[in-house]
Design a protein around this ligand. Sequence first.
Ligand code: FES
Ligand code: FE2
Length: 395
Amino acid sequence: MGPSAVPETSHAGSPTWVAAAVSDDAFTLEQASLARFWTFVGYRSDIPNHGDWFTTTLGSASIFIQREKERIVAFENRCAHRFYPLRTSPRGNGPIVCGFHHWRYDADGRAIGVPKSNDMFGAKPADLCKSLNGLEVATCGDLIFARRPAPERGETLEDFLGDAYALVAALSMPRAKPIRIVQDVAAHWKFLHHISLDDYHLVAVHPSTFGKKGYLKPETVRYVRFGRHSAFFDSADDVCLRDVSAACAQGRFQPATYLIVNIFPNFLISLYRAPDVFGSTHWYASAIRYRAVARDRTLVESRLYPTTFETPQRGVSRTLRPVIDRIMPSIVAIVARRIMREDNAICAGLQSTAHQIDGDQMLGRFERRIGWFEEAYARALEGGPGASDNHDEGR
Ligand code: FES
Ligand SMILES: [Fe+2]
């Protein structure tokens, strides 16, 4: 979507790219369409034991993710009897039993326990053939992705993440307990995702951190487009994402620069250097999900942590590393919170005038990834929630 493109108008009267921020109907349609794509929904390490579960959302639907021995399963969070939510708290452990009439489900979502089944329904549970709505689940490193079943599309999560798969997997692994930050922002999720794809705002919005040294130099900005996704490497050297991922898969990746990988539609993971301590370098990662709650409300769910990438450690720094791993995340979190608050304020501002938007965004050189994202978004929404997606995305 270039600067001179004529915007298409949605049924809500806004240009299609912003309609879901303005109209509740367009937001519902957007969320239903995006739920067909692999979407980051949580962390494997949050459900380490058999029976552990947590609730979250996919599109606009409440879902729960559960560990069943070595398997991770996910279901829409509603009973097959009369649709009561099966999980009514953020996390827990235990079998799937509805609190309304005590129907019980197995790990495949089949109703296997129905109190007084013959008396009430004239059949045994197995003959009632009632099941939960299951979701497809796949993992990459510590990350869990889910999507609504899409039998017509054979795209695995590995296909979906493409050349970034092994890099994302490596980045997702914390070396020490992560710090979690959740911020509730009065803005459509796309404004937040856009600002994470924007390297032009740093001086104006983050003057004391990212923008402290002025504008980025074009010769050290390396953008990579892969599938529906994109990445930015702050590097003077050319970057081959496939090579970076191969190095990660072989455990020989040595971080050298800031990088960020934005995974369509609403997830990102970035790698950055924390302040050096006693001459040793510490590389941290932030994983952020922009979880859509309403057309004008997003939960920004972040996790930040020291990565497992090994950097040479000497003497005192090696000895102090466990201590630094305990203290440094809190220091990094102070800065991260400030940066996010600065971005959030801009996005809330954009939301306040979203209904007045009547054209395309004018995207400069350091904003080109927003255009790539919007192309993928437009294709994802083409034809609505039931559409197949056979388009080849540009590289
Ligand atoms: S609604 Fe779940 S058992 Fe009745
Ligand atoms: Fe920012």
